[in-house]
Design a binder for this molecule. Structure first.
Ligand SMILES: Nc1nc2c(c(=O)[nH]1)N[C@H]1C(S)=C(S)[C@@H](COP(=O)(O)OP(=O)(O)OC[C@H]3O[C@@H](n4cnc5c(N)ncnc54)[C@H](O)[C@@H]3O)O[C@H]1N2
Ligand code: MOO
Length: 446
């Protein structure tokens, strides 16, 4: 009898942890732009504070706020402009005549310094008044201020964004483009990443090799792209015939090359006369961890560790039906790849299940079975009331692919038991893309 999904997933995660511990020294410094999808190998601490200095948030004039306390339209306060500081100027480097002092010695007027957004605040000044809140006098040599400027107005205080020594990236974080904003601002051009797994992929099946029937390779391009979308290296190794000797030679050579952490095959794992993947990995002396899970779709899925010295190559024998291959990849291979890199486990979002209205007597093509975990693709959206809603695609046959034109999530239906599921009427959903981004459907539902 096939084991449950949760038991199978536990075995997958356990195998990934074992493989991770045999790859402890895996890390390298990677340029920021190339780091997307990678995993931080260690905590990254900020080498400095940001902003490094007090700077202006606006184009205007640096003033002493105290000097503006009595300013009003009837009693404006006049300031003498002693210079200009641009972003990038050193402290005290003013662009026109006049030293940075708080009060002009001859006229007794308060002084101010014209300052640009991002420029370093001159000593002795604590606030910036926006240029549009001032009136010029005597050309540009003076300004009038007609209302008090609060202390620290439009001033970015040094260290108010990031403090030196703050953790800016945690070990195990998956690097996303948005992370580059703080990292690059801190002057980092590379970060230590765990080495990224490399995945080799074959499609199998005589009908696909021949390419003259109606079956074209959907799995190869999909899996290659989905692995790359995770920021990992994926090599599509071709389409193999249902020939045990050729399958054996290819899998053995790929495992021996030491190049791949994970190998994926699709097709040839069920009970047919030409389904040889299990026999081939057995023959190679692999450890078959499971063949068959109590899931729908994808129940014939195979998971094995190929023989080898030291770090081992995992093999997922995904079923041939593309919908089943995609579900098994998403719910077994993706967790393995994440765990292998020490990434956090994915958590689902809970959404209210909206049943398809359907037509009376309509037979759903793939119903949810109460005795096993079922994975269905669907559309996640937000109702007008702000509730996350999900609708399973009406068509769930694993050989029918048109729903993938619009599906943006996978729904995980757990076997029925009082504790299963996130709550009454709610189901667990995962983004269809393993990178984690759910592109919510613009369709609003009630
Ligand atoms: N007697 C039984 N027959 C089947 C069972 C079973 O339990 N007992 N399980 C069914 C289920 S469920 C699945 S899923 C499939 C999986 O079988 P295989 O992994 O052996 O896959 P194939 O037979 O090679 O192919 C199945 C189907 O998928 C098409 N295919 C294969 N590769 C691709 C590809 N790269 N791109 C597009 N389509 C592909 C193939 O042409 C077949 O139509 O077994 C059931 N049978
Ligand atoms: O894995 Mo099979 O879908 O259940 O076609």
């Amino acid at each position: 009898m096939a084991i449950s999904y949760s038991a199978g997933l536990a075995k997958v995660l356990d195998a990934a942890q074992q493989q991770r511990s045999s790859r402890q020294d895996w890390k390298s410094r990677v340029r920021l732009q190339d780091a997307i999808g990678g995993t931080a190998a260690q905590d990254v601490l900020s080498p400095k504070s940001l902003p490094e200095h007090d700077t202006s948030a606006m184009d205007g004039y640096a003033v002493r706020s105290q000097a503006t306390a009595t300013a009003s339209p009837n009693t404006p306060v006049m300031f003498m402009v002693t210079g200009t500081i641009a972003a990038g100027d050193d402290p005290g480097e003013t662009r026109s005549a006049g030293a940075v002092t708080e009060q002009d010695s001859t006229s007794g007027l308060h002084t101010c310094v014209e300052i640009m957004t991002g420029a370093r605040f001159p000593n002795g000044y604590d606030a910036c008044v926006k240029v549009e809140d001032t009136m010029p006098v005597d050309g540009q040599t003076g300004i009038l201020i007609t209302k008090p400027v609060p202390p620290n107005a439009n001033r970015r205080v040094a260290g108010s964004d990031i403090l030196r020594g703050n953790v800016v990236m945690r070990q195990g974080d998956t690097i996303q483009p948005s992370h580059l904003l703080p990292l690059a601002s801190l002057g980092m051009d590379a970060i230590p990443l765990r080495q990224r797994p490399c995945v080799g992929i074959w499609s199998t099946g005589k009908e696909i090799v021949k390419g003259n029937g109606s079956t074209r390779d959907a799995n190869g391009p999909y899996l290659t792209a989905a692995v790359r979308d995770m920021g990992l290296q994926a090599d599509f190794l071709g389409v193999l015939d249902d020939e045990p000797a050729s399958l054996h030679a290819h899998v053995e050579a790929a495992a021996a090359s030491g190049q791949f952490d994970v190998l994926l095959t699709t097709g040839g794992v069920s009970r047919g006369r030409f389904d040889h993947v299990l026999a081939v990995v057995d023959e190679m002396g692999a450890e078959t961890i499971f063949h068959g899970l109590s899931i729908r779709p994808g129940h014939p899925v195979l998971f094995a560790m190929l023989p080898g010295e030291g770090a081992k190559t995992a093999l997922f024998g995904l079923p041939g039906n593309p919908g089943a291959a995609a579900a098994c990849f998403r719910f077994l291979t993706v967790p393995y790849l994440k765990e292998l890199q020490g990434q956090a486990r994915e958590l689902p979002v809970a959404a209210k299940l909206r049943r398809q209205p359907g037509t009376p007597g309509e037979k759903r093509t793939c119903s949810v079975k109460p005795d096993r975990d079922c994975f269905q693709h669907g559309i996640l959206s937000v109702s007008a009331a702000g509730q996350l809603m999900v609708e399973a695609s009406a068509e769930q046959s694993p050989f029918k692919l048109s729903p993938f034109k619009t599906a943006n999530c996978w729904i995980h239906f757990q076997p029925e038991s009082p504790e299963s599921g996130p709550g009454p009427g709610l189901v667990e959903c995962y983004p269809i893309s393993p990178t984690g981004a759910v592109l919510l459907s613009p369709r609003l539902q009630n």
